[in-house]
Write a protein that binds this ligand. Sequence first.
Ligand code: 3PG
Length: 206
Amino acid sequence: MNAEELLDLCPVIPVVVLHDAAAAVPVARALVAGGLPAIEVTLRTPAALEAIKRIAAEVPDAVVGAGTVVTPAQAAEAAGAGASFLVSPGCTGSLREAMTGTGLPFLAGVSSASEAMALLEHGVTAMKFFPAKAAGGPAYLKALAGPLPQVRFCPTGGITPENAGEYFALPNVGCVGGTWLTPDDAVRAGDWDHIEALARAAAALR
Ligand code: 3PG
């Protein structure tokens, strides 16, 4: 799978924050059952790498990636844990090199034409648009499609079931990402049915 194929895998990439690795497998199973196979486990908690390991080992239908990759070391650690893709909120030269070095598809975050052009210079055409809503939302992305039609995005940050349609309507949006599929209270309560229902509704958004 390359990064362009990752954008086409499913309409929504769930962005997941896991405080307890024990929740990783049931959360992943619920998301897959709801029709969303790609799962971005954010490296914001001490449990994240172990969660990625468990999903990679125990949920074969899931495509688990690491999100919130902000340092070159984290890119290597995520790859070592078995991540199938990497997502970063922004990008630096050293982070781009580290992510490229893993051989994994990655979605590096950009929020301007210049940042997108810096990645284009290295042959990167699939990117995350972050923070999507705060950076200008669908209007901003639509404006980027004029001069940079070769770039496709996964907008993330402030996406909801209510506004996702405005992003899907754009030619330069492959999929969107968001945390609404795995509310913290549902994860802590073990309400996997609720997570599956949220995933099913999201999978039908496009
Ligand atoms: C991200 O890491 O991409 C964002 O925190 C997701 O933002 P959301 O909570 O608005 O979906």
